[in-house]
Write a protein that binds this ligand. Structure first.
Ligand code: CAA
Length: 261
C-alpha cells in the first residue's frame, strides 16, 4: 500500500477508507498528479480485504473546482486526444472499483469535480454544496461524463440548462433533482458519510458488490438487459454462504455473522 501522496490524504478506520482531496491552493482542482494518486488509492483500497466501502471528500470550501484549468490552458487538440484525456486511470477509477464509493461533497463540485462525484456510487451533500458544469463559461464542455451522468441523474431539461448556462445548483435543488441522496449540515457531513459507509461495510461484501454492479447497470444499459443482469445476480446471491447466513439469522431472530465482509 502506497502511503505517501502529495495531493490527497488517505486514512482508514475499521472497514471504511477515507480519501481527502487536498490541493487547497487550487480548490482541489483535479490535476493530472491528483487524478493519478486518486486512481492508485482507489485501486489499492478496492483490493484491500480490510476495506468494505470508500468515502471521497474535499474541503469545506470545495469538493473539487474541476479539472485543472491552469494545466489545460496550454494544451491543444492533439495533446488531449493523444492521451484520451480525461479517460486516464484516475478519472475512471471510481467507476471501475467494485466496492461502493460515497462522495461526501461540501462547497464547490464543479466541472470535473461534479463529474467525479457523479462517478461515485452515491453523493451525500453538505448544505453548503454547489454543483454545476460551468465548462461552457471557459470555452469547453463537460468531458468526464457530465453530459451523460447529469442527464440521467436530473433529467434532460435541467442537465441541458446547467450545461448550457453554467448555472450552479445549490444542495437543496440537487436533492430535489435527485442528484444527491441526502443533504446534511456541513459540520456533520463527514460523520454522516462515514456512518453510511460503515453500515454498507458491515454487510456481506460479495452481495454489496453485486448490488453496486446491478444499480450501475441501470445507467449504462437498456431496461431489458438491466433486469436480466439483476435477476442473474439475485440468483447468484443464493450461491453464497452469506445468503444462507443472512436468511438463517433472520429466521432465528439473531444478528447475521457474515463470513465475507
Ligand atoms: N483549475 C485551476 N485552478 C483553479 C480552479 C481550476 N478549476 N478553480 C479554482 N482555481 C484556483 C484559482 O485560480 C485560485 O488560484 P490563485 O489563488 O492562484 O489565483 C484559487 O483556486 C482560488 O480560486 P478563486 O480565487 O477563483 O476562488 P473564488 O472563491 O473566487 O471562486 C470558483 C471559486 C467559483 C469555484 C472559481 O474558482 C471557479 O470558477 N473555478 C473554475 C470552475 C470551472 O470552470 N471548472 C470547470 C473546469 S474544466 C473541466 O472540469 C473539464 C472537464 O469536464 C474534465
Amino acid at each position: 500500500m502506497r502511503m505517501s501522496y502529495r495531493c490527497i490524504l488517505i486514512e482508514s478506520r475499521e472497514r471504511v477508507a477515507l480519501i481527502t482531496l487536498n490541493r487547497p491552493e487550487a480548490l482541489n482542482a483535479l490535476s493530472d498528479e491528483l487524478m493519478d494518486e486518486l486512481g492508485t488509492a482507489i485501486a489499492e483500497f478496492d483490493g484491500d480485504d480490510g476495506i468494505g466501502c470508500l468515502v471521497i471528500t474535499g474541503s469545506d470550501k470545495a469538493f473539487a473546482a474541476g479539472a485543472d484549468i491552469k494545466e489545460l490552458q496550454a494544451q491543444n487538440f492533439f495533446d488531449v486526444f493523444r492521451r484520451d484525456f480525461p479517460s486516464a486511470a484516475g478519472w475512471s477509477a471510481a467507476r471501475r472499483a467494485r466496492k461502493p464509493i460515497i462522495a461526501a461533497v461540501a462547497g464547490y463540485a464543479l466541472g470535473g469535480g461534479c463529474e467525479l462525484a457523479m462517478a461515485c456510487d452515491l453523493i451525500i451533500a453538505a448544505d453548503t454544496a454547489r454543483f454545476g458544469q460551468p465548462e461552457i463559461t471557459i470555452g469547453t464542455m463537460p468531458g468526464a461524463g457530465g453530459t451523460q451522468r447529469l442527464a440521467r441523474a436530473v433529467g434532460k431539461s435541467k442537465a441541458m440548462e446547467l450545461c448550457l448556462t453554467g448555472r450552479l445548483m445549490d444542495a437543496a435543488e440537487a436533492e430535489r433533482a435527485g442528484l444527491v441522496s441526502r443533504v446534511v449540515p456541513a459540520a456533520e457531513l463527514l460523520a454522516e458519510a462515514q456512518q453510511t459507509a460503515a453500515t454498507i461495510a458491515s454487510h456481506s461484501l460479495p452481495i454489496t458488490m453485486m448490488i453496486k454492479e446491478a444499480v450501475n447497470e441501470a445507467f449504462e444499459t437498456g431496461l431489458r438487459e438491466g433486469l436480466q443482469l439483476e435477476r442473474r445476480l439475485f440468483q447468484s446471491t443464493f450461491a453464497t454462504e452469506d445468503h444462507k447466513e443472512g436468511m438463517a439469522a433472520f429466521v432465528a431472530k439473531r444478528a447475521p455473522k457474515f463470513k465475507h465482509r
